[in-house]
Every structure is written in structure tokens, then in C-alpha cells.
Design a protein around this ligand. Structure first.
Ligand code: TXA
Ligand code: MG
Length: 309
């Protein structure tokens, strides 16, 4: 598509391209261009020591960006890429400090979205090796799941040369699972749609535990937070926003923000629901977190962070 080719060219010229992935929209720049990457930090108002995920078009590109790739990381890549999973690996020379926040590791991901993959392939044809992209939202705010949300959220911070690509609604709706692959066992740094059960079943390995020695901005206590106060316990009062699975009845007088039928729909609709609360100017949102393991764990993680905003 012409639009995607133009976007790849914009990246080569050092401009920003916001693009859809299966998780959330990313705000992309050429991962080897320090000036372009600096524009991401400026647009997001994000502290400079936070590392960015480098998006690549296939597993074959891992070895360009990473120096040490444990066998289990190769197996995860084979099983779950393209998909909502980021692998943190010991970096190669092309992963500079301005991408990794000065850390000796790099985060890599092959997204599973037609627009993202086409953009990556077009960029590769022009000599590009990776697109650095955090979620396309201001630092600490709710991630975006539509082109319109990206325009609302950071449109004013972009230049005329930057591009916001439209595309299919992200099928997952919350950010990728981040897995530290620098130890003898994989460690989940941020939960997502690739669950501990899936990783364990795939590898037949136990997972290691997070020693909190790696900086993940999603690990900031408060993150993904709307302007409205998010409350996870207590009764919803008239005028509050309300987020819960569809089988939970709507308390009287509240504004129902979504009624997902299952946990997958919950993840997919969560960020749009939080944004809607702000668009409606609601002061408070009561959210009933889903129970259970799997992706429910990742939803609770995001809701807990939103509630500390
Ligand atoms: O689903 C996603 O992962 C989305 C889409 C656009 O790919 N991206 C995303 O990026 O959520 P961001 O920057 O909002 O969150 C990525 C997290 C950050 O918290 C960052 O600290 C962490 O990944 N990260 C990146 N590189 C890392 C590294 N080398 N070591 C540890 N954490 C890393
Ligand atoms: Mg983010």
C-alpha cells in the first residue's frame, strides 16, 4: 500500500510513524537514528533512561540486535512470533545506549499485525533494520488502541512530517508480555497475552523470578492511568464510570464503559473504556478486575497500576 511505503520513507528520513500492532499503537522511529529516537522521547515526555522495544520483521533479525540468544529464547521466538511477546536479550553493537537506556540488553519483538509487518518489510527494503516503538501515549498515560486515540493523545506533539497510520483494531488490546532472557531461566517482567502457563508448557521449564534489576517503565507503580480516579474496591455510586465483565449487572445510575463477554474482550476493550471515562469527564471509575490466571493476570496488573495514577 502506498501509504505504508510513504511511512517507511518517513522513517528513513528520521521522522516518526505511529502504527497499529496487535497489542496497542506504537510510536515508531528508525532504531539506529539517535535524532529520530530523541523525537519519540520528546513527543511522549518520557524520561531518557527508559529503554525502547525494537520491532523487527522476523525471528531471523534477532541475531542482528542480540549477541547472546539462549536456546529457550529461540524456542519462544519460534512458538510465539509474530505475536504479543518481547524478548530482552544481551544487546549487539547496533543496539546503542539511546535505545537501551544505557543497559546491556535490548528488547525485541515481531508484532502480529498486517500493517505493522508491512511497514517493517517496506522499511527493511529501504535498508532499515528495526523500528523502535514504545506505546503511542504520553508517559504514564493510557496506551492507545485506535488512530483517533493517537491523534488525541500525542497528535499535537508530532510534526507535519510525522505520520499516524490507521489500521485494524488491535486484537489483544494490552501491551506485550516482556520476558527477560538473560538468565538461565526466563523471567516475566511484564505480564501480557503470552501467559506464564503458555511459556511453561512450551518450554517445559520453570520460570525464574523477577529480581527487579531491570528497568521496565511499565513497572512504575503508577502507569496506564487516566485522569479519572480508578477504584478497584468498593461500591459504584451514581455518576461513576463502571468497567466489569458483561455478566456483572450495572449498578444503578453509573455509566457503563464496557461489557466484555470474556477476559479476552476485557483486555481488548479496557483502554478505550478508560479513555471514554476521560472524554466524558468522569471523576471516578469503578473497575471490577477479572479473576483467574492467564490474561486475567495481565488485566489486573494494568488495572492496579491505573488505580495508583
Ligand atoms: O506491546 C507492546 O510491547 C507495545 C507495542 C507498541 O509493541 N510497546 C510497548 O512499549 O508497550 P513501551 O515502551 O510502552 O513499553 C515497553 C517496555 C518499557 O517499559 C521498557 O522499559 C521495557 O519495555 N523494555 C524495553 N527494553 C528493555 C530492556 N532492554 N530491558 C528491560 N525492559 C525493557
Ligand atoms: Mg507504554
Amino acid at each position: 500500500m502506498e501509504e505504508i511505503k510513504a511511512a517507511a520513507e518517513a522513517l528513513v528520513k528520521g521522522n516518526l510513524v505511529a502504527f497499529p500492532t496487535e497489542t496497542v499503537w506504537g510510536l515508531g522511529a528508525d532504531a539506529e537514528n539517535p535524532d529520530a529516537v530523541a523525537k519519540i522521547y520528546k513527543a511522549k515526555q518520557r524520561p531518557a533512561d527508559h529503554p525502547l522495544i525494537v520491532h523487527i520483521c522476523s525471528s531471523e533479525e534477532i541475531s542482528q540486535w542480540a549477541d547472546v540468544i539462549p536456546e529457550y529464547a529461540r524456542e519462544l521466538a519460534k512458538a510465539f512470533w509474530p505475536g504479543p511477546m518481547t524478548l530482552v536479550l544481551k544487546r549487539s553493537d547496533i543496539a546503542k545506549d539511546f535505545i537501551t537506556g544505557g543497559q546491556p540488553t535490548v528488547g525485541l519483538r515481531v508484532p502480529d499485525h498486517p500493517t505493522a509487518l508491512e511497514l517493517l518489510r517496506e522499511f527493511q527494503k529501504l535498508g532499515g533494520r528495526g523500528i523502535a516503538a514504545p506505546s503511542a501515549n504520553r508517559f504514564g498515560k493510557v496506551s492507545t488502541t485506535s488512530a483517533e486515540d493517537v491523534r488525541d493523545e500525542i497528535g499535537a506533539a508530532l510534526s507535519d512530517q510525522d505520520i499516524i497510520l490507521d489500521g485494524e483494531t488491535p486484537r489483544v488490546g494490552i501491551e506485550s508480555t516482556i520476558i527477560d532472557c538473560t538468565k538461565s531461566l526466563p523471567v516475566i517482567l511484564r505480564p501480557g497475552a503470552i501467559t506464564p502457563e503458555m511459556i511453561h508448557d512450551q518450554l517445559g521449564l520453570e520460570l525464574g523470578t523477577d529480581e527487579k534489576d531491570i528497568r521496565v517503565s511499565g513497572s512504575h507503580k503508577s502507569h496506564y492511568a487516566p485522569a479519572a480516579k480508578v477504584v478497584l474496591e468498593g461500591e459504584a455510586k451514581p455518576g461513576d464510570g463502571f468497567i466489569a465483565l458483561g455478566n456483572i449487572p450495572t449498578p444503578s445510575g453509573v455509566v457503563r464503559l464496557c461489557s466484555p463477554e470474556d477476559v479476552y474482550e476485557y483486555a481488548k476493550e479496557l483502554y478505550a473504556a478508560l479513555r471514554k471515562a476521560d472524554q466524558l469527564g468522569l471523576a471516578r471509575v469503578v473497575a471490577i478486575p477479572p479473576e483467574g490466571e492467564g490474561i486475567a493476570l495481565a488485566i489486573r496488573d494494568r488495572l492496579e497500576r491505573a488505580s495508583r495514577g
